[in-house]
Design a protein around this ligand. Structure first.
Ligand SMILES: Cc1cc2nc3c(=O)[nH]c(=O)nc-3n(C[C@H](O)[C@H](O)[C@H](O)COP(=O)(O)OP(=O)(O)OC[C@H]3O[C@@H](n4cnc5c(N)ncnc54)[C@H](O)[C@@H]3O)c2cc1C
Length: 577
């Protein structure tokens, strides 16, 4: 039989030893294979992200989106392939680049992205993550979208920024009906069109948001950008904006909701990237920010040099107008951080169920079980709260649901986003040294984790917003306690802590100083109430004992004795049934 020769770098290689050129003397044995790679888990890839997530499947059915299940199963399979998961790595390895002018010197304000980013955007928009609850409202619309967003954000988080802003802009835009009638059909289009061209030449539009200025982010009333009427003043009318914006993420969006000082006070405007006559609207990018995370997403510093924009909502009511958008971006921060925790927990569980140390799989070692179970608990509790708020958004005509959404978006945005960085760090540690390496998904999850807590109202701002909501509409607090009362009798620790929280909220001094402590408790009690109602008893028990009774639960892996860690770990394992 003829000897088969393989080729390597143009050399014919021996069939017996493919490292040896044909005809050459074989190397001494000790220069041959040095070792076999052992005890290294394979990549977590090639699985159905939806099918392998029991908690998510239960939440989708429970919160009213059961009809979306077949689509979610198909989506989970499609985005779990190794090729699709790799898009997340690529979109971050090759960051966006800014080109202010074309080669002839014309101002273009172009940001170039890696094709992987565009692919992620294309999918997100085709799936309706940017608009489906508005363009196709109905039972379970927010829940189904939240589930899809949760899955896609596990692949990559940065592209979620323009997707979220586009989704969130619609409620604000609808406050100016003629502008909404003109733009919403194009925003809701399922076609992603990244071209740097005027809106009327494009098949789909995305929307960004520009509030923050150098002198004030949380305190947007400190905005100094001025708006001058370009014709008759008033809502829906054109203005010219002069000033700057210090953070404008996704600057390739086609439209932006912008805050500026009109003669009557801080006002919201809709600013297109190109003017209707096809010329470049002078919202000029100065540079892209150099960010520690959220790398695939571009965030720019800009100047507004007489940029044309249309007034949205009433003059002087800018915060009132844009808060409709901000409420939705805050909800998406809950989804995004829950997704990050799910992916981090899945990576840790996958790794530890295949990696041995000291003669046993890590997942079978009691202390590691404690850590893994704790990570899984946090992840499921975050998801349960997020999906409960998604249902509330689907049912805002119901007074209880509306009040719950108002208060608990702030509670959840604060708490879930705050838990994510510590969770990511702990999951990374489960994987050990390899978890720190840039070719693992962990550094990306870790660096992505803090941003959700900072933008769209940082932690303190959310806590103060909770106090403000309670002071302005005391019924929100009643709605909160009505909601947790649904779990009454389900766990003694929960009942006890509901009583303690009522006393604490009932007039203890210094609420502003203690706002974090209060909202911490509100979040933990609400998550506990959801798990007591909907999760297996051993899961809810572990949560109540560690998060309610376990005062000072500052560290993952400090669950009390008697928790059924093995079942918690098994439930969370990214494994198809
Ligand atoms: C990656 C990235 C992208 C962004 N993209 C956009 C964008 O597209 N559009 C946009 O408009 N903005 C964007 N931002 C800005 C972001 O929304 C702001 O950074 C955020 O609102 C905080 O504002 P600031 O940075 O001015 O901080 P500050 O407002 O100065 O706040 C600093 C700290 O003080 C705390 N604080 C403020 N007031 C109080 C108070 N009364 N009591 C107690 N604590 C308080 C805050 O919680 C925060 O921790 C982006 C930010 C980042 C990091």
């Amino acid at each position: 039989m003829p000897r088969k020769l393989k080729e390597h770098n143009g050399l014919k290689m021996s069939a017996e030893d493919p490292r040896t050129p044909a005809g050459a003397a074989p190397p001494p044995r000790f220069l041959a294979a040095t070792h076999e790679v052992l005890n290294q888990p394979p990549e977590l890839a090639g699985y159905n992200l939806y099918a392998a997530d029991r908690a998510l499947r239960e939440a989708v059915a429970r919160e009213g989106a059961g009809a979306a299940e077949p689509g979610l199963l198909e989506f989970g399979r499609r985005i779990g392939t190794p090729e699709y998961l790799e898009l997340g790595q690529l979109a971050n390895r090759y960051p966006p680049e800014f080109e202010p002018n074309d080669r002839f010197g014309h101002r273009t304000d172009l940001v170039r992205f890696h094709p992987a980013y565009h692919e992620l955007m294309r999918t997100a928009i085709a799936e309706g993550l940017h608009a489906s609850p508005w363009s196709e409202p109905g039972p379970g619309a927010h829940v189904a979208r939240a589930a899809r967003y949760y899955l896609h954000a596990q692949v990559e988080a940065g592209h979620g920024c323009p997707v979220t802003m586009t989704f969130a802009a619609i409620p604000s835009l609808r406050l100016q009906p003629e502008l909404a009638a003109r733009w919403e059909p194009h925003i809701a289009s399922r076609h992603y069109d990244p071209a740097n061209r005027p809106a009327h030449e494009k098949s789909g539009l995305t929307v960004g948001m520009a509030m923050t200025e150098k002198q004030g982010g949380s305190d947007v009333r400190a905005n100094t950008t001025r708006a001058y009427p370009a014709a008759a003043p008033g809502p829906g009318q054109p203005y010219e904006l002069l000033g700057h914006k210090f953070f404008v993420s996704a600057p390739m969006c086609d439209l932006f909701l912008v805050l500026a000082q009109a003669p009557g006070g801080l006002t919201c405007f809709l600013l297109p990237r190109w003017r209707p006559d096809g010329s470049k609207n002078p919202m000029q990018l100065q540079r892209l920010k150099r960010k520690m995370g959220n790398v695939s997403n571009a965030s720019a510093e800009t100047e507004l040099r007489g940029a044309l924009a249309w007034m949205v909502g009433d003059e002087g009511r800018g915060v009132r107008t844009i808060i409709e958008m901000v409420a939705m971006t805050r909800f998406d921060c809950m989804i995004g951080s829950s997704a990050g925790m799910r992916m981090a927990a899945a990576q840790a569980l996958h790794h530890c169920s295949r990696r041995s140390a000291f003669g046993r799989l890590l997942v079978d070692q009691p202390l590691m079980q404690n850590v893994l179970a704790d990570l899984a608990l946090e992840s499921e509790a975050a998801l349960a709260l997020t999906m409960r708020i998604a249902r509330a958004l689907d049912a805002r005509a119901d007074g209880h649901e509306d009040l719950l959404a108002r208060l608990c978006t702030a509670v959840g945005k604060y708490w879930i986003c705050k838990r994510a960085p510590q969770h990511a760090a702990e999951a990374m540690e489960c994987i050990g040294g390899s978890g720190v390496m840039e070719d693992s998904p962990m550094p990306r999850l870790y660096r992505e984790a803090p941003v959700n807590a900072i933008w769209e109202g940082s932690g303190n701002i959310q806590c103060l917003d909770v106090l403000r909501a309670i002071a302005k509409t005391p019924a929100v607090l009643q709605a909160y306690f009505d909601e947790v009362a649904r779990a009454r009798g389900g766990h003694t620790a929960l009942d006890r802590h509901v009583g303690l929280l009522k006393a604490e909220l009932g007039g203890a001094p210094d609420p502003e100083y203690r706002a974090r402590a209060l909202v911490d408790r509100m979040a933990a009690v609400l998550q506990a109430a959801l798990l007591v109602q909907h999760a297996p008893g051993w899961m809810a028990d572990a949560f109540c004992r560690s998060r309610l009774d376990g005062l000072g639960h500052h560290q993952f892996g400090a669950l009390p004795s008697g928790v059924d860690c093995a079942r918690i770990v098994d439930r969370a394992m990214p494994r198809e049934p």
